[in-house]
Ligand binder design. Sequence first.
Ligand code: NDP
Length: 312
Amino acid sequence: MEKEHVKCLIVGGGPAGYTAAIYAARAGLSPVLYEGVQPGGQLTTTTDIENFPGFENGIDGTRLMDTMRAQAVRLGADVRMGAITSADLSSRPFSVTADEKTPIEAETLIIATGAAAKYLGLPSEQAFRGMGVSACATCDGFFYRGKDVAVVGGGDTACEEATYLASICRKVYMIVRRDVLRASTAMQERVMNTPNIEILWNCNTQEVLGDQSGVTGARLLRKDGETFDIAVDGFFLAIGHHPNSEIFSAWVNVDSEGYIITDGKTSRTSVEGVFAAGDVQDPLYRQAVTAAASGCRAALDAEKFLISHKNA
Ligand code: NDP
């Protein structure tokens, strides 16, 4: 099959990818963007986004992403459904494969593949995934209206999800492995001021309990050695994320957790012509607006690279 040749290939349809596409399109780079398995990215699993500037009354996550995509398309970006499934970045133009079958040659590559939720790794957790086990309270919380649920984790995400769930569920247990929360003071206060949240300190989950109808509870082990069960219908994970860098980590430098390492304030990776933006390179801020900003940087860096390598 003859390879398609693109100037600027963007991998990932979240705020970083779409923003990169907007800038690259305006710069005349004719960007092609593959949205990946979750078009719109993690924001589509959120309801109200109150902290993305420009929306006085907040905006629904899916709408924000639809609008960004439409803006990129209007400006000329070629936004495609599908995923980049493999890559060879050993020489330029880079060789990548879309959907395991379509070869593409790219002069520059912007990796904006985001991050995915972590799971505990328990077999019982796997067994009940989609049957009461979820890593997205805002997507699945609705199913547990008036019921009891548990949230694992003590960070900002866990606190946010616990307070959201508390507004629709009867009771929310937070399963926290230490005797402190990692979350910001403001989020901690929100949790403490929500009467139907109970924090189970110093607890780890041994097993998710259930039957053919789904999750019925969880078996917890406290640091003092006591094992006890709680009865819940929903079991939500909020223990952090891991970067979706697997396809590229054989080529570009990544840190111990797999986050792509970029050069200083730029989006440059260890491979010339390959740039990274958004959560796949950001273990720290992970906000829609910071992802969008880094997508902008990546497009500007790609443009600069293409200009300086025009006659190379
Ligand atoms: P964090 O890494 O901040 O927190 C993860 C939490 O999960 C910690 O409490 C951690 O415990 C716990 N944990 C990790 N692994 C396990 C495990 N195997 N078993 C049990 N518990 C575990 O992730 P978040 O997703 O909460 O936040 C990531 C970043 O995003 C942060 O910078 C956060 O501030 C930001 N964020 C900001 C929001 C906002 O501003 N509105 C909303 C959501 C996130 P321990 O503390 O013991 O390590």
